[in-house]
Ligand binder design. Structure first.
Ligand code: DGY
Length: 326
């Protein structure tokens, strides 16, 4: 009997893949720099029993309806907005993500990005490296304090909670807005639930960690930025399309808000000539929320194990479509 066919859309650790290679024929798109071209992905999906995908791969209806053997999609991310989960479920395909294992790493990045934006770290580094530092002066590259300010977290899931824990250590007041109340955040971290508008008005740091859904698309629009304090900083480690980027550029240019720390963008990768990147008060990162070597390795292992489970007719550990297989 031939082995099941697994396609991986990026080069990942061979050591991680070893146990999968024992039970399956494994093929990968091996470029470090270039994402798998759509036509290659479609061709591979057409013969695949399993796909290990990145958040940048669109696993849409067109792909799924041309993947007759596909049993499992293991996405190397906690977010899964790149996958049409409804169609996958209708076709009996298990969709898996990588929750929990990236929580602390992504919270570290979120907090670091907030600090970097508030204290103008990237601007200051460029200043030194470009040889502009001629003398010390009291307000040279002076930013805003983070400690004892108010953080407003939009999207209080596990990562939100981990960010709140860090904020508590900085003596910050913690506000949050979420679809539902979070008892751990409230009782253990002292976070206060409030309406979205209230959070925007009160917070010094508005931190977006919400997933991209139909409800959250363009949640941060012109009106939202107008409600924020002129001294406030917006941080986004959720998804780019939760923000109306034109409205954000406008708000930053008109100084309706003071700055933005962005790990995610409407269109990724963002072009170097994008107007957002021309603004000195913007700190921009290439979607590296969970990018530590340790965490990315654990994420790969989880994807591998989920694929092995489904190929062995077992329930994977981290299913998105929990109704699968019932
Ligand atoms: C995810 O896993 O969805 C994050 O965006 C990775 O940084």
């Amino acid at each position: 009997m031939s082995k099941p066919y697994v396609f991986i859309t990026r080069k990942i650790s061979e050591e991680v893949l070893a146990p999968l290679m024992e039970i399956a024929e494994v093929h990968s798109w091996n470029s470090e720099s270039e994402a798998v071209p759509r036509e290659v992905l479609l061709k591979e999906a057409n013969k695949a029993d399993a796909l290990l995908t990145m958040l940048s791969d669109s696993v849409d209806q067109a792909l799924l309806t041309q993947a007759p053997n596909l049993k499992v999609i293991a996405n190397l991310a906690v977010g899964f907005d790149n996958i049409d989960v409804k169609v996958a479920t209708e076709q009996g395909i298990a969709v898996c993500n990588t929750p929990d294992v990236l929580t602390e790493t992504t919270a570290d990045l979120t907090f670091g990005l907030m600090l970097a934006t508030a204290r103008r770290l990237t601007e200051a580094e460029t200043y030194v490296k470009e040889g502009n530092w001629q003398s010390w002066s009291p307000y040279l590259l002076a930013g805003s304090d983070v400690h004892h300010k108010t953080i407003g977290i939009v999207g209080m899931g596990k990562i939100g909670q981990a960010v709140a824990r860090r904020a508590k250590g900085f003596g910050m007041e913690i506000l949050y807005h979420n679809r539902s109340r979070n008892d751990v955040a409230e009782n253990e971290l002292g976070a206060m639930y409030c309406s979205f508008d209230e959070l925007l008005t009160e917070a010094d740091y508005v931190v977006c960690l919400t997933p991209l859904t139909e409800e959250t698309k363009h949640l941060f629009d012109a009106d939202a930025f107008k409600r924020m304090k002129p001294s406030s900083i917006f941080v986004n480690v959720g998804r780019g399309q939760v923000v109306d980027e034109t409205a954000l550029i406008d708000a930053l240019s008109k100084k309706e808000i003071a700055g933005a720390g962005l790990d995610v963008f409407y269109q990724e990768p963002i072009g170097a000539d994008h107007p957002l990147l021309k603004l000195p008060q913007v700190v921009a990162l290439p979607h590296i929320g969970s990018a530590s070597v340790e965490t990315r390795t654990i994420m790969m292992e989880l994807c591998r194990d989920n694929i092995i489970a489904v190929l062995n007719d077992k329930r994977p550990k981290t299913l998105v479509n929990r109704e699968w297989g019932r």
